[in-house]
Design a protein around this ligand. Structure first.
Ligand code: PEP
Length: 252
């Protein structure tokens, strides 16, 4: 049985006090959702510590939105994987399309970040997904395959056991457009096939999340698909009620 995961990517939103309020709201309502759903919140670096304190005593886990490619040293403005791990993070989002697009993250950088994550016992939530032009040119399968082969294929079998993949079509992120449940299933199944080509049966255990304008009204239909194991949620993760309601979308 694969883990069911609902992870919130808060992006560059909330001041520390607002983040703490949001985390407290998630903790307060968590009991209404099946304990079989694993909730993860990924606040900005600046409030990881305070949010960790707000989550204490609950089963909601903490993640960061990024980490540095190097372990430590003269890298002004960077935040090391060891630092976020020390603040209580168990997960780190890597390769988000916004980082690939606006900060020029390449597979080369992402290989280094993945190594840092594993060295610090963090589980990467590795994001893949095509942009609109690639989808329209029907290149989406090739794009996600390359994003997986260039990074995930470099993992050891042991590391692969601690990996979450998020499929996030760029055209659906923050746009209000969502992939249909069938589109999500089609590419999730394909991703699992690409993973299986390298890691065999272990691919069956790897959670693959859908991300892109996922909200309470569409989560259930998407999560009902066989190869969709939950969601990476942006906008709707900023309201505790919506974030939790997305978790109620698991009917299986
Ligand atoms: C994201 O960026 O990870 C995301 C899924 O955003 P949204 O839900 O706002 O589309």
């Amino acid at each position: 049985m694969r883990k069911k995961i609902v992870a919130g990517n808060w992006k560059m939103n909330t001041l520390p006090a607002e983040g703490v309020e949001l985390a407290k709201g998630v903790v307060a309502g968590r009991g209404e959702v099946c304990s079989c759903v694993n909730f993860i919140v990924c606040p900005p670096f600046t409030h990881l510590s305070e949010v960790a304190a707000a989550l204490k005593g609950s089963d909601i886990e903490l993640g960061a939105q990024n980490c540095a490619a190097e372990a430590k040293g003269a890298y002004t403005g960077e935040v090391a994987a060891s630092m976020i791990a020390a603040l209580g993070c168990k997960y780190v989002i890597l390769g988000h399309s916004e980082r690939r697009q606006y900060y020029g993250e390449t597979s080369e950088t992402l290989n280094k970040k993945m190594a840092q994550a594993y060295e610090n016992s963090l589980t990467p939530i590795y994001c893949v997904g095509e942009n609109l032009a690639e989808r329209e040119a029907e290149k989406h399968f090739d794009v996600v395959k390359a994003q997986i082969e260039e990074v995930v294929y470099n993992l050891t079998a042991e590391q692969f056991k601690n990996l979450v993949i998020a499929y996030e079509p760029v055209w659906a992120i923050g746009t209000g457009k969502t992939a249909t449940a069938d589109q999500a299933q089609e590419i999730h199944a394909y991703i699992r096939k690409v993973l299986a080509a390298k890691f065999g049966a272990a691919a069956e255990e790897c959670p693959i999340l859908y991300g892109g304008s996922c909200k309470p009204s569409n989560a259930a239909e998407i999560f009902a698909k066989q190869d969709v194991d939950g969601g990476l949620i942006g906008g709707a993760a900023l309201k505790a009620e919506d974030f939790l309601a997305i978790g109620k979308g698991f009917a299986k």
